[in-house]
Write a protein that binds this ligand. Structure first.
Ligand code: SF4
Length: 311
């Protein structure tokens, strides 16, 4: 039983990715409208060893002793902002020492990139995936609901400084919610910023699931039409299809469990993400439902079923 390791999950950008939670709870400097983990329990900018590097390393060693699964990345992520863990540098260094053959990725909301120490620690990673949803102050505050000490201009400067020193890859992520941060002004500012930052990849994420405050599916086409003038974009659903692979029954069950433990999903979304056959996935979900291992949720007014792992 692992407390801080989850997956591996098949991710659009990172392939087979073993997740590492550095916080042990929903601790974040933001409280985003669309957060999959629900409302932030502790909104803070204070760095602390929320989970010690020793505990994380012990779990990772155990995982590698037990599993022979091939990984494309080890990813520091989970519910909350991983850079809030003050042991971040030590954790990255130890993981790189333990498995130098597996690239290490870090998901971040970019809010601490203005902190020199955080930047220095992140330089050891192979891939950094910062998110940046709006460069319009009002929109930024509305969608990300940041801690009062966070300033958008520090994030922008922090990202540029980090990029100038970082030898690894940067995959920038933007999540657009119609009516909140899809303004023309935001597109213009993000486009100009992307020209300065020159990330290795830009992903515009859209989603439709319980927890998101609105269904973005209808807006996605329009957004991408405009966006693709200057940005290389790909919705998560589209890019995940690229990582299709055949999974055995056991692998399929494990992958489904790992995926719906973090976020409720429909069978169709799981099929796209995991590359499995829709019939096999639906059958597996029914078995899991009968065994009481998964629960079903529905959005108000929708008949679509979203599955979530119990317990
Ligand atoms: S930054 Fe990530 S973890 Fe934090 S509130 Fe936003 S979506 Fe949730």
């Amino acid at each position: 039983m692992f407390n801080y390791i989850f997956g591996p999950v098949l991710s659009a950008r990172l392939g087979s990715s073993l997740g590492v939670d550095l916080l042990g709870g929903n601790i974040c400097s933001f409280d985003c409208l669309y957060c999959e983990s629900g409302k932030t329990q502790t909104k803070t900018v204070r760095r602390s060893p929320y989970v010690s590097g020793n505990k994380i390393l012990a779990e990772l060693k155990e995982w590698f002793n037990e599993s022979r699964q091939k990984l494309d990345h080890i990813t520091l992520g989970g519910p909350g902002e991983p850079c809030l863990n003050s042991d971040l540098g030590e954790i990255i260094g130890s993981i790189k020492e333990l498995r130098p053959d597996i690239p290490l990725a870090v998901l971040t909301n970019s809010s601490l990139l203005g902190n020199n120490r955080v930047c220095k620690e992140l330089l050891m990673a192979d891939v950094v995936l910062p998110s940046l949803d709006s460069l319009v102050e009002k929109e930024f505050v509305r969608i990300n609901r940041p801690h009062p000490q966070i300033r958008l201009e520090d994030i922008v400067q922090g990202l540029l400084n980090f990029k100038s020193r970082f030898a690894g890859k940067i995959f920038l992520e933007v999540l657009l919610i119609p009516g909140i941060n899809d303004s023309k002004r935001n597109f213009e500012l993000l486009r100009d910023f992307q020209c300065l930052l020159r990330p290795d990849r830009v992903d515009v994420t859209t989603m439709s699931r319980p927890g998101a405050h609105m269904d973005m599916t209808d807006a996605a086409g329009h957004i991408h039409d405009e966006w693709s003038l200057d940005f290389k974009t790909m919705t998560e659903e589209q890019s995940m299809v690229e990582h299709k692979s055949k999974l055995s029954g056991l692998q399929l069950r494990e992958s489904i469990e790992a995926s719906i433990r973090r976020r409720p999903q429909t069978p169709q979304q799981l099929a796209a993400a995991l590359g499995g056959n829709l019939k096999d996935i639906s059958r597996m979900l029914s078995q899991m439902e009968k065994a009481g291992e998964v629960a079903i949720t529905k959005e108000k007014g929708s008949r679509e079923k979203f599955y979530i792992k119990r317990g």
